[in-house]
Design a protein around this ligand. Structure first.
Ligand code: GDP
Length: 201
């Protein structure tokens, strides 16, 4: 069953190296976070059905800016592509700068309706992912743990990882979900777009 996907044809608003000059903090936005190479860009491209919207690259660590997209028919609803974190090969100073940008974004915007934390299902819930989950709990922001690249595992392994993820999240008091996803074969796409639409409503 395919439902209407309000994310199709989302438009690029701009790329922001820092939190200065971001679009007005009104309406509703969802932030996409994830370690470099988790497939964050591919998830955004799958959701918006646009292979080129968020840059995907085989070189991790490239997306250093905050990229913002607005939904076609609802311009005050935005998708926020935060810089990927945890890329080992960049300098510590640069890593700190990325962390500061993410931190400033999270702590300055009032229109955030939820965080999507994109993880590789083969090694999810790393320290930096956990920090963001903690931030959601502290700030009572809904959090969606998206286990990407599930095409890389067998169905039973995917289910095992899902239950582990649900256990990890079950004591949170903020609304939360764990889903399996694949930006390669679009597994979980309807589920993802429904959950995100609810958050933005
Ligand atoms: P980002 O750095 O988190 O934005 O990750 P990208 O979207 O650039 O993806 C990193 C690499 O993982 C690329 O080679 C993608 O083709 C690959 N990739 C992303 N999502 C999936 C997926 O669901 N399944 C598989 N098999 N590969 C994926």
């Amino acid at each position: 069953m395919t439902t209407k996907n309000i994310f199709t044809n989302a438009q690029f608003v701009g790329s922001f190296p820092s939190c200065e000059n971001l679009p007005a903090d009104d309406g509703a936005e969802i932030a996409f976070c994830g370690r470099s190479n988790s497939g964050k860009s591919s998830v955004i491209n799958a959701l918006t059905k646009n292979k080129k919207l968020a840059k995907t690259s085989k070189t991790p660590g490239r997306t250093q800016a905050i990229n913002i997209f607005s939904l076609k028919d609802y311009e005050t609803r935005r998708l926020i592509d935060l810089p990927g974190y945890g890329y080992a090969k960049v300098s510590k100073a640069m890593r700190n700068e990325w962390a500061a940008t993410i931190d400033e974004y999270l702590n300055s915007r009032t229109s955030i309706r939820g965080l999507i934390i994109i993880m590789d299902i083969r090694h999810p819930f790393k320290d930096s992912d956990d920090l963001l989950i903690d931030w959601c709990e502290t700030n009572q922001i809904p959090v969606l743990a998206l286990l990407n690249k599930s095409d890389k595992l067998s169905k039973s392994k995917v289910n095992q990882e899902l239950s582990k993820g649900q256990k990890r999240m079950k004591d949170l008091s903020t609304p939360n979900q764990v889903i399996a996803f694949s930006s390669k074969d679009f597994y979980g796409l309807d589920n993802l777009s429904e959950l995100l639409e609810e958050l933005l409503d």
